[in-house]
Write a protein that binds this ligand. Sequence first.
Ligand SMILES: [Zn+2]
Length: 308
Amino acid sequence: MARRRVSIPTGDKRKNIAVYILVIAILSAFALMRGRAVTQQQKSAENAEFQVHVIDVGQGDSILVVADGHAMLIDAAESKASGTILSYLEGQGITSLDVAAATHLHADHIGGFPAVLEKFPPKKCIESDCPEGLLPTSKVYEQYLDAVEASGAEYTVMQAGDTFQLGGATVEALAPVSQDAKDLNDTSLVLRVTYQDVVCLFTGDMERGEEQELLAQGNDLHADFLKVGHHGSDTSSGEDFLAAVQPRYAAISCGIDNSYGHPAQVTLDHLSACAEQVFVTAQDGNILFLYDADTGTSQIVTRKTASK
Ligand SMILES: [Zn+2]
């Protein structure tokens, strides 16, 4: 049996068409405005000669550093975040990585590397000098090792004091400075990246023990931008360490309502006392530090991903 049609009077039909056209016009205007806003944001990020992107990967770390178009990915979060990282890199127009850096061998830092290294085979993979007794026996670590080997990248264990160039940026390993770590977190590769007159410090999951060793070295630790150690835990970011770094901006990478209670309130308080601004991926989404070499100015931009 044919469905019964409800006949609409001609006047109502005209009114419906007018409403329909109005709705389409409004939606189109919104789409256009949104497209413009996205284009402008992307343009400002693309124009910055030096960029740091703390990618919102949930609980874990993954940070993209771009200097004069040369890209380094510091950590790749857990394997479940690899889709987020791949989309982010593609969204930034990254076609290849110069460097993939593993700060240390915990799953929330190396888990996503197999997917990332397959899609973006880097020229070089770097990693911290981990004491043999602390090397993990986990499947995640095995998969990471296999992925590094399959990528064909040059593989380098960084020693404190080692440096390399990323475009116009100088990347220097500051730590670990000894083989005395009792825990994998304190084997974290601490990288200082200097571009013109800005300095950024990336500390992996370094805790107080490694901080103390680093302070004892007497290095100038001042940084404009600090990727805060160990997701803002209270076992990191001692007041003496923060006093030495004196960051202008501090960024914490952690997941919403994570089971570890990251970031700790005491750490947020210490950071707020020394930094101009403190950002947390769980609240702010992706955190971008952008340096415009022409004007010598830096800025922070935060962007929530579409799903949040
Ligand atoms: Zn971690």
